[in-house]
Design a protein around this ligand. Sequence first.
Ligand SMILES: Cc1cc2nc3c(=O)[nH]c(=O)nc-3n(C[C@H](O)[C@H](O)[C@H](O)COP(=O)(O)O)c2cc1C
Length: 233
Amino acid sequence: MVHTSAHDSAHDSRPHAAAPATVPLRPMTVPAHEAEERARGFYEVMAQRRTVRDFDSRPLPEGVLEWAVRTASTAPSGAHVQPWRFVALTDPARKTRLREAAEAEEREFYGRRASEEWLDALAPIGTDEHKPFLETAPVVLVVFEVHKGPHSPRPYYTKESVGIAVGLLLATLHQAGLATLTHTPSPMRFLNDICDRPTEERASYVIPIGYPAPDAHVPDLTRKPLDEVLIRL
Ligand SMILES: Cc1cc2nc3c(=O)[nH]c(=O)nc-3n(C[C@H](O)[C@H](O)[C@H](O)COP(=O)(O)O)c2cc1C
């Protein structure tokens, strides 16, 4: 994306626009000698994050969800449109509707729509059409992308913006000791009805949130080493 500055306005064919208002930056000041330690500390917390699929029904501690959504909303977004909405489902009847609808879609996915290649990629993770966590997790957060509609402007780089917001959300919840599952039933149109959201909003993630069940297990996965994912030129 090209951000035009006041200096570029001479090349802009539109009528002269006023320079945007600015405020002084209040930078995070981290002494250089502490920078690596701070970064490593955050890595060590985040390296413990795992996607959890077995939840306890214990409720979330007061206020954590709200802080996590506030943090998610600090994400950068294309043209600062902030094209996200977070719908927190806690009502058992709604979560049951969600589970039933999601499992119907997933039965189609695993039984018919998924390619052999996709099923092979999922095999080590061990997922299938059963989604009990949609009922057991105390909160199921459904994340919507907000597209252009009667009450919303056109967003830019919507998927990227919402993806960054979700990353911050997952990091905050992990930091608060909660487990999450980034779930993406496909397709997701049925979620508008369950979450009472207008058609210009499109669900992109379903995130059960809670404490892991005491006997929760996770797939034995390894993460790629730094020298494979960081290329220095
Ligand atoms: C965009 C996205 C979609 C995902 N969809 C699903 C899903 O539908 N069901 C599921 O069980 N896990 C899903 N996952 C979780 C991944 O399987 C998981 O992140 C991956 O196996 C790595 O495990 P970890 O998160 O424990 O490091 C998804 C993750 C992402 C980022």
